[in-house]
Unconditional design. Sequence first.
Length: 226
Amino acid sequence: MGINLRDIKPSSCTLTGLNGALEQMIGMICLPVYAGGVTRTVKFSVIQAKAPFNAILGTPWLHSMKAIPSTYHQFIKFPGRDGTIQTIRGDQKAARELLITMVKMQQSLSLINSVVKLTRKIHPQEEEILEIPLDESDTSKIVCIRAFLSDEMHSKIVYFLKTNALTFAWSTSEMKGIDPAITSQELNADPTFKPIRQKRRKLGPERSKVLNDEVDRLLEASFITE
């Protein structure tokens, strides 16, 4: 665009782009904008990013021009120097190409971000986790905490966990359910309707075995009763 970078006033602010991503500003610059015989000085925020356009004229420029935009008709109208109404029409072909380019750029950026997230994913190492037995008589009751904690924080966490060890459910049979005062589920059935008994569905041997095993597991955990 032929702009001298020395004219940019540095800034450390961040902007939210059209794709929702945060962009770090390079700085601010004031440039003259000529439209329909009228020139206005507009302050632009400069960022280093790939975009299919050079600049975005927002509400401050529209207010200074006393312009009325119409996104449906793809034009804006504003009073000119001599008082006549000036019209700037958009190019629908160019707008369509711009939209297609923006969609492709957003797809490529999302793909790059997903790859970066996968490559930067850090898995905790085994030595970073400590196993803390809550009950010396039962070695199965173990919780894990971070290894690199201060001595004070380590002691507080271990004391808190051991003091509240009874609040943990170590098996399904110890899960007593949720108090109906907190939440409950009911069937939204009309009591005036006559109940209909469905026909028994026959299952294959494999499905029947899976179903019986699940019922036995629920009976053992006292989740259901006969």
